[in-house]
Design a binder for this molecule. Sequence first.
Ligand SMILES: CC(C)(COP(=O)(O)OP(=O)(O)OC[C@H]1O[C@@H](n2cnc3c(N)ncnc32)[C@H](O)[C@@H]1OP(=O)(O)O)[C@@H](O)C(=O)NCCC(=O)NCCS
Length: 181
Amino acid sequence: MMIRSEDLDFRELNSADEQQALDAHQELLADDFHFLFWTSKGESWDEYTYRMLSWRRGEHLPEGWVRSGFFVAVDHGHIVGRVSVRYELNESLGHVGGHIGYGVLPEARRQGVAAALCRFGLQELAAAGVDRALITCNADNEGSKATIIACGGVLDAQLPTVRNAEGVEELRFWVPTGRAS
Ligand SMILES: CC(C)(COP(=O)(O)OP(=O)(O)OC[C@H]1O[C@@H](n2cnc3c(N)ncnc32)[C@H](O)[C@@H]1OP(=O)(O)O)[C@@H](O)C(=O)NCCC(=O)NCCS
């Protein structure tokens, strides 16, 4: 599958995405990556997608959670990746996690999809008034590291690396969102 990043659509999840999104979730588990945040048993797909839309509006957020959006990249009808955008940071995200998290389906990798997802996330943040995004990745995740750098990321001067909850070293980058100042 050849992907041209200019052909990608970025949009929120909808009712018709259930099977593709669940398949993507299953595939990305091999990388220890959760494509979906659909953990609660007993929640229908439509309830889940509604929950994601609500979170983007800042509604029905769990205690201590920040407003966030969830978008998929779609290539000719196929979901090839996702980006989650946190429009603000809390203490935990300000340490590890940051504003943006993305994942790309294995067969769609090395074609610029992650960089396109990251740029879309940066635009979302710029539109929400955020000037610079914190993006963190495992120190040994070469693909994610290169993606962040390709999007203009610079290591945090004060705290370039931290240990996450599992004790794994994470790199902390700041990326300008391009918001006109
Ligand atoms: C990391 C990941 C998102 C990269 O996705 P991708 O679509 O292949 O990345 P892109 O094609 O947009 O590449 C962006 C940059 O990263 C580089 N890159 C991508 N994968 C790479 C790898 N495995 N090793 C080294 N560089 C890599 C590309 O060459 C490109 O750099 P360039 O602009 O200097 O040429 C993807 O491998 C993935 O989903 N992994 C599992 C989930 C994950 O790790 N998510 C990130 C959590 S922080």
